[in-house]
Design a protein around this ligand. Structure first.
Ligand code: SF4
Length: 220
């Protein structure tokens, strides 16, 4: 049975990560909004695509489909064409289905509670956590590939990071380390740290502010 980080380890991790983010976090357009629809679009685009490819498409998409209602009523071929060339073309279809459900059953808005959000086809555990924490300021955990890698390396360091039981454990770790304040920044910091420092290959361990508490240090 894997243990969760103790209070001191959680506090140290939050403090170091937030300090790193304030100094090095990237200025990305979806970090300047709390609009639930804008957050949703950015999260769905980022699921399989690099940030630098997402930025221009995010702006284009929101210019063409500025609201859930506009997306819900847009012709399907316009939605697919606008998505091009991001790939994984099920994603624009899912976004439009979410928009249609929001318009049909939720007065054109995304709900602010997890259970209702998760009832939308296309909104899983990760996307719900992102929308709740980034748009609604809720204390909701996230776990995407980058975040899972960081939490696994820092707090576990052994075993199979892709095993189902490990994935469930990492969700618990993500909930455990979540602060009560600055949840938006903390979750953004986790994602950014995994994307720029604790990367999959050749992580920057020698420059890492978490090195002293990391169970995987140094990754060669
Ligand atoms: S020491 Fe290396 S493996 Fe550990 S968190 Fe930092 S970058 Fe990641």
């Amino acid at each position: 049975m894997l243990a969760l980080p103790d209070t001191q380890a959680r506090r140290r991790f939050r403090t170091k990560l937030l300090a790193w983010y304030r100094a090095h976090g990237r200025d990305l357009p979806w970090r300047r909004t709390t609009d639930p629809y804008h957050i949703l679009v950015s999260e769905v685009m980022l699921q399989q695509t690099q940030v630098d490819r997402v930025i221009p498409k995010y702006h284009e998409w929101l210019t063409k489909f500025p609201s859930l209602e506009a997306l819900a009523t847009a012709p399907e071929d316009a939605v697919t064409k606008t998505w091009y060339p991001l790939g994984y073309n099920i994603r624009p279809k899912r976004l439009q289905a979410i928009a249609r459900e929001a318009v049909a059953n939720h007065e054109g808005a995304l709900p602010a509670d997890e259970e209702t959000l998760r009832s939308f086809k296309g909104i899983g555990e990760y996307t719900a956590g992102a929308v709740l924490s980034f748009a609604f300021g809720r204390r909701a955990a996230i776990l995407d590939t980058n975040v899972a890698r960081v939490l696994f390396r820092v707090f576990v360091g052994r075993g199979d990071p892709k095993a189902h039981a490990m994935r469930r454990h990492l969700w618990e770790v993500s909930r455990a380390v979540l602060p009560h304040r600055h949840v938006f920044d903390f979750n953004q910091a986790l994602m950014d740290f995994g994307a720029t420092v604790c990367v999959a290959r050749k992580p920057k361990c020698l420059l890492c502010p978490l090195a002293r508490q990391c169970r995987s240090f140094p990754v060669s």
